[in-house]
Design a protein around this ligand. Sequence first.
Ligand code: SAH
Ligand code: SF4
Length: 349
Amino acid sequence: MTENLASVFEMEKEELIKAGIEKGLKPFQAKDCYVWLYNRRVNSPEEWSSLPKTFRKEIKHYFDFSFPQILKESVSKDGTTKLLLELYDKMKIEAVYIPQGKRTTLCISSQVGCPVGCSFCLTGKGGFIRNLTASEIFLQLVVLEKRFSLFGKHYNVVLMGMGEPLLNLDNFKKSLKIILDPEGLAISRRRITVSTVGIKGKLEEYLQDTGLPPIAISLHSAMEEKRRKLIPSRAVLSVKEIREILQKSSRREREKISIEYVLIRDFNDSKEDAYALKKFCKGLKVKVNLIPLNQNKLLDFNSPEKEEVIKFQDILSSGGISTTIRKSRGGDINAACGLLSTMEKIKAR
Ligand code: SAH
Ligand code: SF4
């Protein structure tokens, strides 16, 4: 960010239009600025050809138009590419490009670090630094789009990078206004998945707003004590509370909610664990996504045996629960789930 100038991307649509009018534009021209910036992804005002030349020249003296910088790219054998992005205050986050045949998924962060501190997640082990601003959330998409020529193409978005989105819900909601707006980034709500451990007060608030994207709940164990060992934070809802909330909301929501379950060898991958999960899911409109743990020497846990994963899946499937196994991507570059960014920080300690 250029010193002293406020980022143009931190303004909401109405604020930006107002600012344009204050600088002498007609209302329709001011709205055009928004369309150029977001719908057309043009962040150099000189190119806003429908607007007066003097305005295009001057506006750069009032606002900063820069994006987070790509500091480093790590490319995996499978094509998954992790971008290390630097924010205005030198903080670093990661955003990941995941090509899967014809499908593309972009994985973005919601915070610098994460305060939840899950014991199997490297982001959690690295601690928490700060929330991302609204623009820092959506600009990850714009930066990934530009880097991988995705503008105009369909892709999916997952909030599964660093951080817990529901602990930064206000900024995330602000970010979504621009992401979902047909005159903004115009990304369809249903292409986005927000992953959360289930934060007290926030999960209910989130599910009540049907304009927000589908959600995935990181459960990891249907047994309270075990889940607490994995997710120690007091801000997180209990298994029972999550079930009650889902029971109420699944009646209203047409979309199935995903239950994410990181499988850890000899910890939560037994038959008993599978039966507990099956019981949890009974009567709920959910699907289960099993994620074999991505192992790392800084973590005290191990990946499950392949056979155990299949057995686990079979128990759930036999109960009529739609269950998929997530294929790990980008493991060789630490871009896999739960292995983001803190590598450098942890190493530096
Ligand atoms: N904080 C949110 C979103 C970011 S984490 C959440 O926890 O849901 C995104 C996903 O990565 C979560 O499902 C999380 O459980 C998973 N994850 C974390 N560490 C992992 C690891 N070591 N191996 C596999 N998945 C992991
Ligand atoms: Fe935070 Fe999610 Fe990692 Fe837990 S799994 S520490 S909530 S990013």
